[in-house]
Ligand binder design. Structure first.
Ligand code: C2O
Ligand code: CU
Ligand code: CU
Length: 463
């Protein structure tokens, strides 16, 4: 929950109603009424102990790194009062949310130092999932996220098929520090900066919710739902939990149709995943959540230790006697397929190193024009030898195929990692919200260097 979240009177009333409804006292059959959720986020410099013993000058949302976790329900009307107390312009982008362009926090709407902005949007039905928020100012996104500005968003559905299963939120991130404790952001044109520009900046300190190697406890037999956010600038995690098969239940924009058993999950930067962890270990035992080697690099700048697995957290079994595992539903929710026969436009987009279709971002240019309501198929071809994770603002899509191989199961996504020399196709429908929207490589250094384009969605009935 947002620590400084202020509920307005109307939402307090709605919350009371919801409480009554869930306590079974009255309105036992009612769904929670739509509420207005109003909160304040302030971005400001702070000094925090990110690594033991040495304070770091950070930028923080409400004084915290990561920022407060925001929880909304489908149907919520959200009003976020943002105050920029940073010494530079910024924005807040609500990564993955389908909301009006004026509230998207793109580089087109910077908030000046000392300025304020109200982000206002409604959480539409069907959007339950795990999202995140981060700044998105022109050329400074990587810098500001590295300084500490990122946080998670959880959106809940009234009819969540996994309601009642205990949850953990894991916000993964990495960072690099100088010996004096400050964030290591190498000087312009230094050799390290050149490597960061090529690979995307990675750090040797791996954080989970701002902590190094935290412990999550579980009782033998217990089933837990883990929501995992990759908030790193460039690191791709290949997640595996020692001795445990995972049940993947969802991805970027919510649940799959049914659970999928997996032994590992490749989570590119800015992607999210939901898994069920089944506590099959013995009381008192422990297991590590690891990230395994994943080669996303060009050989020239691949880090020497790229093939070393790293531990992220410890799963510690309590000494309690095992409980019987709760049954996992075999159907989660429908994910209706967008119909390829409805697609009226096909687009071909080429990712090369640092560029999209051979050019760099220009805020005054529109690269792609689309009609409001249109269904389109986009093909993203990566012509170079490193991965570039593609992201589209404002509209969720369904991946159709990768190198012609159909995607094994349907999911709503806002990210797709386009691997070395890979071609990915997805289908998208530009519903509800006209305006200008970014699409880009989500390696923050690439994005800041201009590996971004602008899509303009226009209504035929212009207002
Ligand atoms: Cu996560 Cu353009 O954003
Ligand atoms: Cu985004
Ligand atoms: Cu890239």
């Amino acid at each position: 929950m947002a620590s400084r979240r202020r509920l307005c009177r109307r939402s307090l009333f709605a919350a009371l109603l919801a409480l009554l409804a869930t306590s079974g006292v009255a309105f036992a059959q009612e769904r929670p009424a739509p509420r207005t959720v109003e909160l304040t986020l302030t971005a400001a410099p702070a000094r925090l102990a990110l690594v033991p013993g040495k304070p770091t000058d950070v930028f923080a949302f409400n004084g915290q790194v990561p920022g407060p976790t925001l929880e909304f329900r489908e149907g919520d009307h959200v009003i976020i009062h943002f105050r920029n107390n940073l010494p530079e312009a910024t924005t807040i982008h609500w990564h993955g949310l389908h909301i009006p362009a004026a509230s998207d926090g793109s580089p087109l709407n910077p908030v000046a130092p000392g300025g304020t902005y109200d982000y206002i949007f409604t959480i539409l039905p069907g959007s339950a999932g795990t999202y995140w928020y981060h700044p998105h100012p022109d050329r400074r996104t990587g810098y500001q996220i590295a300084k500490g500005l990122y946080g998670a968003i959880i959106i809940r559905a009234a009819d969540d098929p996994l309601a009642g299963i205990p949850e953990q939120l894991l916000v993964l991130s990495d960072n690099r520090f100088l010996p004096d404790g400050e964030v290591d952001l190498p000087p312009h044109e230094s050799p390290q900066e050149e490597i960061d520009e090529e690979n995307g900046r990675e750090g040797d300190v791996l954080f989970v919710n701002g902590q190094v190697m935290p412990t999550v406890s579980i009782r033998s037999g217990e089933v837990q739902r883990w929501r995992i956010v990759n908030a790193a600038a460039a690191r791709v995690y290949r997640l595996a939990l020692d001795g445990h098969e995972l049940l993947q239940v969802g991805t970027d924009d919510g649940l799959f149709e049914r659970p999928v058993p997996v032994n590992e999950i490749v989570l590119a930067n800015a992607e999210r995943v939901e898994v069920l962890v089944r506590g099959t270990g013995a009381p008192g035992s422990r297991a590590a959540l690891r990230t395994l080697p994943y080669d996303r690099y060009v050989p020239q700048t691949r880090p020497a230790n790229w093939n070393v697995p790293r531990d992220l957290l410890t799963l510690q079994y309590t000494a309690d006697t095992p409980v019987a595992p709760v049954p996992v539903p075999s159907r989660l929710r429908p994910v209706p397929a967008l119909d390829t026969a409805q697609a009226t436009v096909r687009r071909f987009i080429v990712f090369s190193q640092g560029m999209i279709d051979g050019r760099k971002m220009d805020m005054r240019r529109v690269d792609v024009r689309a009609r409001l309501g249109a269904t389109e198929i986009w093909q993203i071809e990566n012509v170079v030898g490193m991965d570039h994770p593609f992201h589209l603002h404002g509209f969720q899509f369904q991946v159709l195929d990768r190198n012609g191989v159909p995607e094994p199961f349907r999911a709503w996504k806002d990210m797709v990692n386009v691997r070395k020399h890979e071609t990915v196709r997805f289908i998208v429908r530009f519903d509800d919200y006209p305006g200008k929207w970014m699409y880009h490589c989500h390696i923050l250094d690439h994005e800041d260097e201009g590996m971004m384009g602008i899509l303009e969605v226009t209504s035929p009935r212009r207002r």
